[in-house]
Design a protein around this ligand. Structure first.
Ligand code: DSN
Length: 452
């Protein structure tokens, strides 16, 4: 062991400082890569819809001595000794999750929302049971029964789709439910820019005696801030990731509302007990204590006025981004947005998703390619771009600056020369001038947090 690492001064702060000193001195390659990543984030205009910035206190909570704790089980019922403080931290995270989402039950142990979804499906469905979910092309998620996912391999999957106007038609969803009689209906999306009507989904689920699972990973911040209707008391089970819009660590949550004591499909347990067992021992062994501490911190922030103000800006900014892209001639799916997300069909502009994504990335602008409804292109190419305003808003930008971002994006997309579906040319002078504008915007709106 190296000298600096022998001195473990028992305070979280000094351990963090000692660790960072040892890392940069003893592993300069890794230290330099981590520094480069921090600079890259500071100087990139990220509009990745499934990302947000975890504030420093969240990052700090995620890298503490708590990582040294092994503690299978739940607070007060662990399979290892020495969990007294971790128990208190997990209880704090649970209470905060319940408060933020007005839930009656919260499980804070899922390592991700993907694992939360798989655990919930395994608990609610019989082997080979049937799921009804939004198809991937319409904006669904891999763990909602996509053929490449274990959820698509182990269950019988029927899909509903968006209509030609890009929106959900709840009458059509009901028709699909009546036709397929699913055991579980999933409401939630990775790429859907409009409100989801969870009350209607529940009415459909009740018509066919199915469980309703709401996955709010993308909109959890808006739900927490009261800017999107909450599914908590409509869905039997709600899941979310904690990093996409909650500015937390990698991880997931399972939440239950008024149905928390409803009898489970096994007829013996209540829903909350089923969820406890579904996560541990059903799908996970030991929880990640540091990630749970970071979730506790992020959930405290999510109930603050500063977070709510940022989420309001997220929605206003998405509308401004959408309006400006329409004005610039882009085909915005559904004609606009109700949340943080704007979907653009770039084929209409003679591009593919991958070409647009790569050209923008060269200029320091991060937006990801996406399949769009009816897209003939494979997912690796994609016919669309998915924009999100979480990080621009966290930086403090408002609609005026977001319109400027749309203009910069347009400079790149209208200036590149497409060779084929995956190749293009971008003149160096154009790239450099866009890069300068990106740097200037990033310098004016540095990574910062109103709510720290
Ligand atoms: N589900 C993917 C996305 O929406 O980007 C990854 O988080």
């Amino acid at each position: 062991m190296l000298e600096s690492e022998q001195i473990i001064n028992p305070t979280t702060r000094s351990i963090a400082e000692t660790g960072w000193y040892a890392l940069t001195r003893d592993d300069p390659d890794l230290g330099a890569l981590l520094d480069s990543e921090a600079s890259y984030q500071a100087t990139s205009l990220s509009m990745v819809a499934s990302a947000s910035l975890a504030p420093p206190s969240v990052l700090c909570a995620n890298g503490t001595v708590l990582s040294n704790v092994t503690a299978e089980g739940y607070p007060g019922a662990r399979y290892h000794p020495g969990a007294v403080h971790f128990d208190a931290i997990e209880m704090l995270a649970i209470e905060r999750a319940k408060r933020v989402f007005d839930a009656r039950y919260a499980n804070v142990q899922p390592h991700s929302c993907s694992s939360a979804n798989l655990a919930v499906l395994a608990a609610l469905l019989p082997r080979g049971g049937r799921i009804l979910a939004l198809d991937l092309e319409s904006g669904g998620h891999l763990t909602h029964g996509a053929s490449a996912s274990v959820s698509g391999k182990h269950y019988d999957v029927a899909c509903y789709s968006v209509e030609p106007d890009g929106r959900l038609d709840y009458g059509a969803v009901l028709d699909r439910a009546l036709e397929h009689r699913p055991d579980v209906i999933i409401a939630g999306a990775s790429a859907y820019p409009r409100w989801i009507d969870f009350a209607q989904f529940r009415a459909i689920a009740d018509r066919v005696d199915a469980f309703l699972l709401a996955d709010i990973s993308h909109i959890a911040g808006l739900v927490a801030a009261g800017l999107h209707p909450s599914p908590i008391d409509y869905a039997h089970v709600t899941t979310t990731s904690t990093y996409k819009q909650l500015a937390g660590p990698r991880g997931g949550l399972i939440l239950l509302g008024k149905d928390h004591r409803r009898t489970s499909p096994d007829g013996r347990t209540e829903l909350w007990q089923l969820m406890q067992r579904a996560v541990f021992p059903g799908f996970q062994g030991t929880p990640d204590p540091s990630s749970i501490a970071a979730k506790a911190r992020a959930l405290a922030i999510a109930s603050s006025g500063g977070f709510q103000a940022t989420m309001k800006r997220v929605v206003d900014n998405a509308k401004a981004l959408s309006d400006e892209l329409v004005t610039l001639g882009y085909e915005v799916l559904t004609g606009g947005t109700d949340n943080h997300m704007v979907l653009v069909d770039v084929q209409a502009a003679g591009l593919t998703g991958i070409v647009a994504e790569r050209a923008l990335e060269e200029c320091g602008i991060l937006v990801n390619r996406n399949k769009i409804p009816g897209d003939p292109l494979p997912p690796a190419v994609g016919g669309g771009l998915r924009f999100g305003t979480n990080i621009l808003s966290q930086r403090g930008m408002g609609p005026f600056e977001v319109r400027e971002c749309a203009g910069i994006v347009h400079l790149v997309l209208s200036g590149l020369k497409v060779q084929d579906a995956t190749h293009y040319e971008l003149e160096r002078a154009l790239r450099d001038s866009v890069r300068d504008r990106v740097n200037a915007l990033c310098a004016r709106f540095p990574l910062q947090f109103d709510y720290e």
